[in-house]
Every structure is written in C-alpha cells, then in structure tokens.
Design a protein around this ligand. Structure first.
Ligand SMILES: NC(=O)c1ccc[n+]([C@@H]2O[C@H](COP(=O)([O-])OP(=O)(O)OC[C@H]3O[C@@H](n4cnc5c(N)ncnc54)[C@H](O)[C@@H]3O)[C@@H](O)[C@H]2O)c1
Ligand SMILES: O=c1ccn([C@@H]2O[C@H](COP(=O)(O)OP(=O)(O)O[C@H]3O[C@H](CO)[C@@H](O)[C@H](O)[C@H]3O)[C@@H](O)[C@H]2O)c(=O)[nH]1
Length: 681
C-alpha cells in the first residue's frame, strides 16, 4: 500500500500558505514536493521504454559529437530557464543532458524549490528525471562497456555490465569493441539569482505559471499573466543584447507582442527576438515526452532575424530530436497551437463522456463503442476513455483561455462551443454522484463511502483540479457518516491539508467532520456501504484488466539491450537506454559506474530525518523487480467485497472493474457508460 516519507510540519505550513493565493498560485502545488518512492520505481521503466521508441530514428541521424558540433555552431553557451516548476525543471534537465557543451541554469524566486532541486529530494516526481539530473547536474565519471548485447543464456553468472564483459570474453575468447564514454562536468545549475543569470544567457526560457485569473476582468476564464509580466520586465532590464527569449509557458495568443512591447519600453534601441515554443509534456510521462517528443513547435517572426533565432533554438533541440519533428511556424500559430491541442484533447473526453450517458440509457457499452470508433484511423483510439471527466492543471484553464479569446474577438458561437466542453465535464461528475446516491436509496445518511483515487490521473501524486475532490464535495451535501479516501500515489497528509484548505477544515474527521484519508485501500473500504472509483489507477482494476484506451501503455516486456551500437560514440539517449536495460536486468542503480557521488543533504535535513523513509527511497532507486511488482499489485477485490456492507456496491467512475467478476463476489456494479444496477432498479 501507500508508502511515502512523512512531510515535515514546516512543509505542511508552506503547503497551506501556497493554497491561499489562488490567483497567482504556482501551477505545481507543494503537495507535489513529496514524491512517492513506490512510483519512482514503477515509472522509470516505462519512461525509458517510451523514449526508446524514438531512438532508432535518432541513432541513424546523430551522435553526441554531431549534435555538439551542430548546436555549438549556433554559438549558444548559456541557457537560463526562469521557473523551476513542473515544466522548467524537467525541460532544462533534458536540454542540459542532451547538450553537454551548453550551461543551463534554472532560476526561480522560490528559494525552497531551488534548494530542493540541488538535493536528492527533488520538488517534483517524474520517472527517469533523477537519472538525467544525476548526469547533468552532478557530472559523470569516465566509463566503458562492451559493445556486445547481453547473452541471456549466461545471465546467471553475471551481475553487472563489467562482469558481463569479462564473462563473455572468457567464454567467447575473442576481443570485442569496447565503448568508452568520457566524463562530463556539471552543466545544469539551479539558482535564485534571477537577474544575474538572465544577464549571462544567450537564450532565456520563460516557464512560469500562467493560471486562470481569479479576480477582475476576465476572472474565471482569462489567463493570469502576472508572473509572466514580472519575468518579462526582469528580462527586459537584464538580458544581454541579442538574447533570444522563448515562451515555454502556455500563454494567450499574441503574448509575444506583450513581451516585445515591454522590451521596447526598457531597451528602445536594441532588438530581441521572441519565440513561442510551447511544451506538450504530460504529468507522469514528462521525461519520455521530453526525450521523444511527437513534435517540437517553434514560432517566430518571419524576418531574417526571427528565422535565425528559430534556427538557433532548433539546433539546441536537434541534439536529440530528429529534425523532421521540429516544426517552425509563425508566432501566433505556435501560441494558439498549444491551447488548441489541449482543447481538442479535452473535447474528445467530453465527447465520449456525452455518449456514455446515451449508453447508460440504451444498453450500449461505452468501452465497446470507444473501441470500435477508435479502430477508425481517422478517429484514433486515444483520449476516448469515458469517466468522471478530466482534471489536472492544464485542460480546464487552457480551454477557458480559448473561450476568453473567442469572446474577446466577438466569436460568441465559438466561445459557446468550447464552453460546452467544460460544461459536459462538470455535468459528467455530477451525473456520477447522482447515480451513486440513487443506487444507495437516495440517502447517504449514516453510510460510509470509500473513495478510491484522489489524484487527477493515475500514476501521479498531482491533485490539481482533481475530479475526485469535486465529487467528494457533492457527496458531502448528502451527509454521509464517513467518506474514506485512499490514493496509492498521494500522501494522506497532503490530501488532508488540501481538502481542509479547499473545502474547509471542519469536514475532516480530525475536526469532527466526515472525511478521513487512509494509507491503505482495505482499511478505507472496510465496512463501507459503497466503493467509488475516481481515478483510473491500474491497482484498482480487476483481472483481466479492461482494455486501456487513450493512455500510454504500461509495457511489461523485458527491456531490450540496445547494443551493439552502430558507432563507438553512442548518444546520451543510447547510453541512458543501456543504463536502463542494465539496471532492470541486474538490479544495479549505477551499472555503468558513471554517476558521481550524490550530493549530501545538510545536517538535519527534514526529509532525511525519518531514517526509515530514507532507506526506502534508496532501495527504490535500485529498482528491484520484486519491489516494482509489489507496487503495482492489483487490489484483492474478494477481500474488499467480504468486508463491505450489504448490499455491496462498487460505483465505478473510471471503467476499472469487470461487472461479471464483481457479481461473482456478490457485488453490484454501477458506473459510467453502461447500464448497471442503477437502471435495473
Ligand atoms: N504542468 C504541466 O504538465 C504543463 C505542461 C505543459 C505546459 N505547462 C505550462 O507551463 C507553464 C508552467 O507550468 P508549471 O506546471 O511548470 O508551473 P509551476 O507552478 O510548477 O512552476 C512555475 C514556477 O515559476 C516560478 N515563478 C513564478 N514567477 C516567477 C518570477 N517572477 N521569477 C522567478 N520564478 C517565478 C514559480 O515560483 C514556480 O516555481 C504554465 O504556463 C503551464 O500552463 C504545464
Ligand atoms: O481518455 C482519457 C484520457 C484522459 N482523461 C483524463 O484527462 C485528464 C488529463 O490527462 P492527461 O492529458 O494524461 O494529463 P495532463 O498531465 O493534464 O496533460 C495534458 O496537459 C498538459 C499541460 O498542458 C499537456 O502538455 C499535455 O499534452 C496534455 O496531455 C486526466 O484527469 C485523465 O484522467 C480521461 O478522462 N480520458
């Protein structure tokens, strides 16, 4: 069940404070400052497997040396990334990792966050992030390995890359190529010296938060560009002449104009190029998305200087992204593309959710409908998973930003169309709660409800815009005796603090209310009158798992040895792939003996304070196969069913359980997109 280091009380205070000012609150809450060691093990494998898909393409096109020559030809020596959050941190880490000759410095006004990036307790959790950071931030040692793929028939007698070499040599008796990888000096830095770092940069990436405006004109829809404006001013004052400014944040269309205007006010005689380069990474797959992006969009002005700036940024990406995936366009198209991408994805979810209501009323099954339409390549099978709707920090805010843009342009019909995407999303979760209450005889008084899943999606501890919380708020209106919450990836303390802040401390059991948060599913479900599934966690699925549509696949395949490399100078991505293969195969966190010593925490480090947690985190990095499996164990539904109150109910908001299997356990199932017990009564 859930295991995570306890959060020091000072961090809880910080978390409480961070939730106060919602208008300018960072998009990544301090809740994400804790990270799940269980998840760390689970996701590393998938992330690198995902990235591996793009490596074949790249292998043919570039070695580290080629990439270095290309990007250094553009004269870029220093990159500054303003904003050490969810986007800034991982993006800068991958850029530095893939461009050893460029110094990348991430700056933030938040000293706590910067301090965390310098330690082993990173402020966000993303699978594969730490391995990249260890090379770019801490530097690496010389290392070497055989260029021959591991022979699995001799695995028993091997324990690491180096032993594999000697074992193979003694068996085969001939000398094979040895690949030598040179040591790296650190080229990724974290700092609070915002203006100084900006003044030294050839490229300044702006990756600050752009939440929905909560006050004043456009409140509830328009984008709050307060942080972006502040950074722009700082850049306008301190940037060196000719520096290239890059919008990584998601911004309203024509924001580059606002930036140019500020630059002109402060530096009227100098000209700067402003590029749009939106980020498309998703929570939980950030590193694989960054290592192997579907596309990199660069928007620029069409002047020669604009095109040159776009080419300079493209050369930085070209160190690891195949050229045909780097798409240049005009600035406004690029800015708009980001909003439209999120709006289209959200729209697909609302579309399938609207159909789920028809399925419930007609006897059709939404998963069958989604499967059949998804087989049409014109439609595709992604983002067709019906459920209680989308959450997360981006979809709602970006659709609303598009709505506001349309309204500002007098395009009321367009605004109305996109508003309906949000309306369906809200309606969907209300519908789910209504069905749940109806199943329970229209009264929750005196009843215990178990809520499985609190994060906005599976495999993350990110709870921003969590649909579960919205459902919990609605359930509270019917006065249940208890709402018992469990999420395999979220820290119970963080959930409590967040609920206390967003709903009110009085609703928590500790203060006489009805909401309690558990660290294991079985306690949460014990004696419950109904179990409500709110997040699509794999752990909640019955076996065999219903087909998963619209999410990245979780491969259980044995990782493949990427050797032999075609050149004796493999790319960083290829070395990472090999490292992952060896780590998974030999349960060794540093099989190439490449890592420098990990930075030591300060005396009295609060996160290290709990010795048990510390040991747990270190063990997890070692990625033992058994631990990986343990973390992903499916729930024992028979055990849960046994302890449920009669009639036993599972209200499935994410299509996780198999109705027939549950019926055999004496459990009634009702859920999204299929006619369940609710209809039959
Ligand atoms: N989170 C995602 O999954 C995701 C994905 C793609 C795009 N985006 C977009 O990227 C942008 C950043 O999102 P995020 O999730 O990284 O946000 P975040 O809140 O995690 O991080 C933003 C950081 O910017 C810092 N900051 C704000 N103002 C500053 C200033 N004046 N000087 C220095 N630092 C400052 C904050 O302290 C914070 O650490 C947003 O526009 C978001 O819409 C986010
Ligand atoms: O078929 C589906 C797919 C997703 N979801 C829900 O949609 C939400 C968003 O999921 P996802 O897109 O995987 O996560 P995000 O991290 O929010 O990523 C989105 O938002 C980012 C921020 O802009 C973009 O960069 C990404 O490309 C975009 O996928 C979650 O609540 C999911 O449960 C569904 O209900 N059904």
């Amino acid at each position: 069940m859930y295991r995570q280091p306890s959060i020091p009380s000072s961090n809880i205070d910080a978390l409480e404070d961070s939730l106060l000012d919602i208008s300018t609150a960072p998009t990544t809450p301090d809740g994400s400052l804790t990270f799940s060691p269980v998840l760390q093990a689970l996701k590393l494998h998938d992330a690198l497997e995902e990235a591996a898909l793009g490596w074949g393409e790249q292998r043919a096109s570039s070695s580290s040396l080629d990439a270095t020559m290309r990007a250094s030809g553009s004269g870029v020596k220093n990159i500054c990334c303003v904003g050490a959050g969810y986007v800034g941190g991982p993006t800068a880490a991958v850029m530095a990792f893939q461009n050893p000759h460029i110094n990348v410095t991430v700056v933030d006004r938040d000293p706590v966050r910067i301090k965390q990036w310098k330690t082993k307790h990173l402020p966000i959790y993303e699978p594969g992030l730490y391995e990249i950071l260890r090379i770019a931030r801490d530097g690496s040692k010389d290392c070497s390995f055989s260029n021959e793929a591991t022979r699995f028939d001799s695995l028993d007698s091997m324990s690491s890359a180096s032993s594999s070499t000697s074992e193979c040599e003694s068996r085969c008796g001939y000398h094979r190529d040895e690949v030598a990888v040179k040591a790296r000096t650190p080229n990724l830095f974290f700092s609070t010296e915002v203006s100084k770092t900006i003044s030294e940069a050839d490229i300044v990436l702006i990756a600050v938060n752009t939440p929905t405006k909560m006050r004043g004109m456009g409140a509830g829809k328009a984008t709050d560009v307060t942080a972006l404006e502040a950074v722009t001013r700082e850049i306008a004052i301190h940037a060196k002449p000719g520096a290239i400014l890059v919008e990584k944040s998601t911004v309203p269309c024509r924001t580059a104009e606002l930036i140019q205007d500020t630059l002109k006010v402060h530096r009227p005689t100098q000209s700067f190029e402003v590029l749009s380069n939106p980020e498309f990474l998703a929570a939980g797959t950030a590193i694989s998305d960054l290592l192997s992006p579907d596309r990199v969009i660069i928007g620029s002005s069409s002047t020669p200087a604009g095109c040159r700036a776009a080419e300079t940024l493209a050369s930085v990406y070209a160190s690891w992204v195949p050229r045909h995936r780097i798409v240049t366009m005009n600035t406004w198209s690029s800015e708009l593309s980001k909003l439209v991408a999120n709006a289209m994805l959200a729209q697909r979810i609302s579309s399938i959710n609207s159909i789920s209501a028809i399925c419930e009323a007609t006897g059709a099954d939404i998963s069958e409908v989604a499967k059949s339409i998804g087989m049409d390549p014109r439609i595709g099978d992604k983002y067709l998973k019906a459920g209680i709707g989308f959450g997360g920090s981006c979809f709602r805010k970006d659709v609303l930003s598009l709505v506001y843009l349309a309204e500002s342009l007098g395009l009321d019909e367009v605004a109305e169309y996109w508003t309906s995407v949000i309306s369906i999303n809200v309606w969907q979760r209300e519908r789910f709660v209504r069905r749940a209450v109806r199943c329970l005889n229209n009264t929750l008084v005196g009843k215990k409800l178990a809520v499985l899943g609190y994060a906005f999606k599976k495999d993350t501890n990110d709870t921003r815009e969590s649909p579960a919380l919205e459902c919990i708020k609605l359930l509270l209106d019917d006065c249940p005796r208890e709402i018992a919450v469990f999420d395999p990836c979220c820290d119970p303390t963080t959930i409590k603090v967040e609920i206390g802040k967003l709903v009110g401390k009085e609703v928590l059991k500790d203060n006489g209310g009805s909401i309690d948060v558990y660290s294991d599913a079985y306690s949460a479900c014990a004696d419950a009158h109904a179990v409500l599934i709110m997040t699509e966690c794999d752990e909640f699925k019955t076996s065999p798992s219903p087909p998963s549509l619209g999410t990245k696949t979780t491969s259980k395949k044995r990782p493949i040895d990427p050797r032999p490399f075609q050149r004796l100078e493999p790319t960083e991505t290829e070395i990472l792939h090999l490292q992952h293969f060896l780590t998974s195969t030999f349960s060794d966190a540093d099989p190439l003996q490449r890592f420098e010593t990990e930075p030591k925490c300060e005396e009295g480090c609060e996160v290290c304070f709990d010795g048990e947690n510390e040991e747990e985190m270190e063990n997890t990095v070692v990625l033992s196969g058994s631990k990986e499996e343990h973390g992903k164990d499916n729930l024992d539904w028979a055990r849960i069913a046994y302890h449920l109150q009669k009639p036993k109910w599972v209200l499935d908001g994410r299509g996780c359980v198999d109705e027939i299997e549950m019926r055999s356990l004496g459990v009634r199932v009702d859920g999204i997109g299929r006619s369940g017990w609710g209809e039959r009564r």
